[in-house]
Design a protein around this ligand. Structure first.
Ligand code: SAH
Length: 346
């Protein structure tokens, strides 16, 4: 069953017309569904209309199944979808507001060795409404509403490869940044991809204001192929050239994610190679010590070496920062909590 959150304001207006409703109902219904209340708590719409709509459409495509609070204030959510599948999200509190990390697929088929999301492969894509629902559900959890939004930023960095679910993700970005809905500025949205070159080119044509983040994690093909199967399809050069095209088209600075893996990609030689690869166009490197995934036997670089790597990049003129690791004590990295709960419940 589709969710009402799968639809744009215009589409909701069209649906309501089929139910013989006056046009002002669309605003009322949009307001109700974006407040993320269940059917029984909606008071601004006739009960009979709600009950006919609920025969064909889902109002709440997911609910919070489990939450874990980290010592740094980070909250990890496990949501249950209408079909019983579980997905996860992470809420991070910063000085300027709340950032929510959303999932785009149940599982993932990209197969990156360090990522727990991919351990059981891809189960299915999420619909646009199921991605919107994560934001609305947590906004409601924070006592926010459509008009009084608590979530300021959204990152598509949860489970899944966003560009492997291209149409739904594109629709999600349009829905979540629509002023009829919750109106999150596209500049406050980051989409992270393992680097599907053809899809990045397609995304560039949409002329969105979002930040594109590319998970590079290695400065050459040899190393990248050891952890990321996608590196067999696209070379590091293909990815960087495509990032340059994206920048040219959108004028948005590209962010490269680089997870520092102990003894694998964290040497000065790697830093130098990365610096020459990224030299000469507008980008930024986001370093993050790998969150250990025991199943894979890979460890994060220690703090000292991580900062030395960052300084080395900077000395070569590359803009770089070390991302604070958040939620380490609550299985903060992609797919870790879901993997754990599935293992427990299976
Ligand atoms: N599929 C997308 C988005 C999901 S992952 C992508 O590949 O970008 C979001 C980020 O977390 C990616 O940069 C991913 O490589 C990284 N990541 C996954 N597992 C991690 C781990 N164990 N430690 C640190 N970063 C990790």
């Amino acid at each position: 069953m589709n969710s009402l959150l799968d639809y744009s304001f215009q589409e909701i207006s069209d649906i309501l017309k089929q139910y013989g409703q006056p046009s002002y109902r669309a605003t009322q219904l949009y307001d109700a569904i974006y407040s993320y209340k269940g059917e029984d708590k909606i008071t601004n719409i006739p009960k009979s209309l709600i009950s006919s709509l609920s025969q064909n459409y889902n109002f709440l495509p997911l609910t919070i199944y489990k939450e874990l609070k980290g010592s740094d204030g980070t909250i990890k959510f496990l949501y249950k979808l209408a079909d019983g599948n579980l997905i996860e999200g992470v809420l991070m509190r910063y000085k300027y507001g709340y950032t929510l990390c959303v999932s785009t697929q149940v599982g993932c088929r990209m197969g990156c060795k360090f990522c727990a999301s991919t351990l059981n492969g891809l189960v299915r894509n999420l619909s646009a409404g199921e991605i919107v629902a994560q934001v609305l559900c947590v906004n409601a959890y924070l006592n926010g509403s459509r008009q009084n939004r608590k979530i300021t930023n959204v990152v598509l960095m949860g489970s899944g490869e966003p560009l492997d679910n291209f149409d739904n993700v594109l629709k999600f970005i349009k829905l979540i940044s629509d002023e009829h809905g919750i109106n999150i500025s596209q500049r406050n949205i980051s989409l992270s991809t393992c680097g599907l070159v053809d899809k990045i080119d397609l995304l560039a044509k949409q002329k969105l204001q979002i930040t594109l983040t590319i998970s590079l994690h290695a400065p050459n093909d040899n190393l990248r192929r050891q952890t990321m199967p996608i590196a067999n399809r696209y070379s590091v050069k293909d990815v960087v050239n495509c990032a340059k095209r994206y920048f040219k088209e959108t004028k948005r600075r590209i962010v490269f994610e680089y997870a520092l893996i102990d003894g694998q990609n964290d040497s000065f030689k790697c830093a130098d190679e990365l610096a020459s690869l990224l030299h000469g166009f507008s980008n930024h490197v986001n370093l993050i010590p790998l969150n250990e995934v025991k199943e894979r036997g890979l460890k994060g670089t220690n703090k000292h070496q991580g900062y030395a790597f960052m300084e080395r990049l900077k000395s070569k003129g590359i803009s770089a920062t070390m991302r604070r690791t958040m939620g380490e004590d609550i299985e903060g990295a992609c797919g870790q909590l879901r993997a754990k709960v599935i293992n427990i419940t299976q």
